[in-house]
Design a protein around this ligand. Sequence first.
Ligand code: GLO
Ligand code: MG
Length: 346
Amino acid sequence: MPKEHSFKFSFGPWNLSEGADPYGPPTRPIQTFDWKLAQLKKLGYDAMMFHDDDAVPDLDNKSAAQVRGEAKALKKKLDDAGVAAEMVAPRLWFSPMTIDGAYTSNCPKARAYAIERTKRCIDIARLLDTELMVLWLARDGTYLRESKSCKRSVEYLVEALDAMLGHDKKIRIAIEPKPNEPMDHAYIPTIGHAVAVAHLTRDPKRVGCVMESAHSILAGLDPADEIDFAMAFGKLWSLHLNDQNGLKFDQDKPFGSNNLRGAFNQVRALWRNRYGSGGEYVAFDVHPFRSTKPEHWTAHLDNSRRTFLRLLEKVKSFDEAAAQKLIADRDYQALDQMVLEHLMGK
Ligand code: GLO
Ligand code: MG
């Protein structure tokens, strides 16, 4: 087992969501950013994740000087609160410019918009004193296979990544794969795709990934293996831990809520690989259930972190020597039961 090291935690303002879904309006009153920051502090988290327009609202309609001013004011607010900015991510799925995709749109103007917007996002990240930008490629995929070409899309994506890497010599880009939703098929569905694309860019060392549990499950994969795979390449630079009940809409359930054993294996992979020893954060990309009352609004974040820490104890107290004996004897039947009994507290 690795030597003792501790984990640092983060979440984004969108994780204190108001309950709106495609079928109904918010079920909790809209809250301010300051309220969300105060909750983050109260819950004992260390950092906040940002979309570029969480940091600078209405970004597309602001001048470079305005953007700089607002980003600096936010940095001061975070400093005063003792909270770090973990990363900034360009929100490339809202604008009328990205209806048919961002970096891989069929429209050259849309592709140019996506790259320019991302450069602004990078500038904001640097003003918030983080070198990490997360790319969730929400609309870079297809509704209709015949409408685009996957090979051409990969080429566009690499061109865009090269432009980002050229814009700032320090920025590190973590691609967040997801196989579907909002698209039918996304071009970067798994960690393997993200790692492969990194190697086509001008500076592969600065392109890595974020593993989100729900996204891996939607791709039919095991999140713990996705963690291990990314870490085998030194490419796991952030995490969106959560849970997902099978192949349906992206649920972003509390960590461990659906599959406690799967969550145990994710924490075990992180612990065994010393995730976090390079300053990486454990982020929870979780949402409250729509039915959650305002007075219980932050419970999913508190619970996810609590579950993570409880599972960390389970990881540390797992009898590795006994497990190794069973493995050597190929007695996986007994190993299976040993894991279950350990998780059940016997
Ligand atoms: C949605 C994604 C989303 C991203 C966030 C950061 O499925 O998980 O929440 O993580 O926008 O880019
Ligand atoms: Mg996510």
